[in-house]
Design a protein around this ligand. Structure first.
Ligand code: C2E
Ligand code: CA
Ligand code: CA
Ligand code: CA
Length: 275
């Protein structure tokens, strides 16, 4: 409906109309922002829950728009997905993140979020291979994070792409685990090396016994099915201690660090004096 006139929206409630117009506005600003290089990456450490050693990092896109200000990826990534802009944005993200990884030898591995639109695109594998070659990267240092919803469109095709990239060494994480519909069948059918426990479960882990049980269950599944579990959104010492006690090795969250710029990340996590 993006090119339709205003009349096309007349059946929507006013809030709905405002939402649609807002999407179009964001899309137009994104188009300019992409050619003006307004998008850049931040990196958040993923650490060992006991030793605090650096296991890896997650690359997260940022947008500072001169007109809209700092816009959250939770807002603009869905707009990019619905408008096809995710292809160009996704390529820029991949290029910048891989250049960062290549220039940061002390970082064991880097996780990059991949949209469903990207993985279902015919040239995706060729593009990934090209970026890996351009940066002379060890493919085993790359982890692609996918969500269940991103796989929905064509599960068989997604599985094929994953298998192909796995043969060259790229690994995969199932993101936001537990928030979708059919997580268990995905885990059985698709070759994931990591599963990420969504924030919403980590948040409640101290007071909510359901969240405790869910985290415990995901960790047990990981042992049985052979994937590593990363708990996201760790903000407090109490949450960390719960995860340590349950044997969750890989953790990520504000307790350790917010996502930070490449320079800041290298200063704090790579050139840190050994202790
Ligand atoms: P996600 O992949 O689940 O990313 C984790 C989000 O949690 C990030 O939000 C991160 O900044 C935030 N976070 C990290 N630690 C904590 C914590 O301790 N507490 C809380 N409350 N939040 C924490 P962000 O960067 O705003 O990204 C939001 C979502 O936008 C991401 O969720 C992902 O779905 C999407 N996104 C971000 N960057 C990219 C990207 O480069 N490509 C794609 N396709 N999607 C992206
Ligand atoms: Ca993610
Ligand atoms: Ca997540
Ligand atoms: Ca998410």
């Amino acid at each position: 409906a993006k090119s339709a006139g205003k009349d096309s929206y007349r059946f929507f409630a006013p809030e709905m109309e405002e939402m649609v117009l807002n999407q179009v506005r964001i899309e137009n600003h994104m188009r300019m922002g992409l050619s003006n290089n307004e998008f850049y990456m931040h990196y958040q450490p993923i650490v060992h829950s006991q030793t605090f050693e650096l296991i890896g990092a997650e690359a997260l896109v940022r947008w500072n728009s001169p007109d809209l200000g700092q816009v959250s990826p939770a807002v603009f990534v869905p707009v990019a997905e619905n408008s096809g802009l995710i292809w160009l944005l996704g390529e820029k993200i991949m290029e910048e993140a891989c250049a960062f990884l290549a220039a940061t030898p002390g970082l064991p591995q880097l996780s990059i979020n991949i949209s469903g639109e990207q993985i279902h695109r015919p040239n995706f594998i060729a593009f990934v291979e090209k970026v890996i070659a351009d940066n002379a990267l060890e493919p085993g240092r790359l982890v692609f994070e996918l969500t269940e919803t991103s796989l929905l469109a064509d599960l068989k095709q997604a599985a094929e792409v994953m298998q192909r990239l796995r043969t060259i060494g790229v690994r995969f994480a199932l993101d936001d685990f537990g928030t979708g519909y059919s997580s268990l069948s995905y885990l059985k059918r698709l070759p994931f090396d990591y599963v990420k426990i969504d924030h919403s479960f980590t948040r409640g882990v101290i007071e909510n016994t359901d969240d405790q049980a869910i985290i415990q269950a995901i960790l047990s599944l990981g042992e049985v099915l052979g994937f590593m579990v990363t708990a996201e959104g760790v903000e407090t010492l109490e949450q960390l201690e719960f995860l340590q006690d349950r044997g969750c090795i890989s953790v990520q969250g504000y307790y350790f660090s917010k996502p930070v710029s490449a320079d800041n990340f290298r200063q704090n996590w790579i050139h840190r004096p050994a202790n």
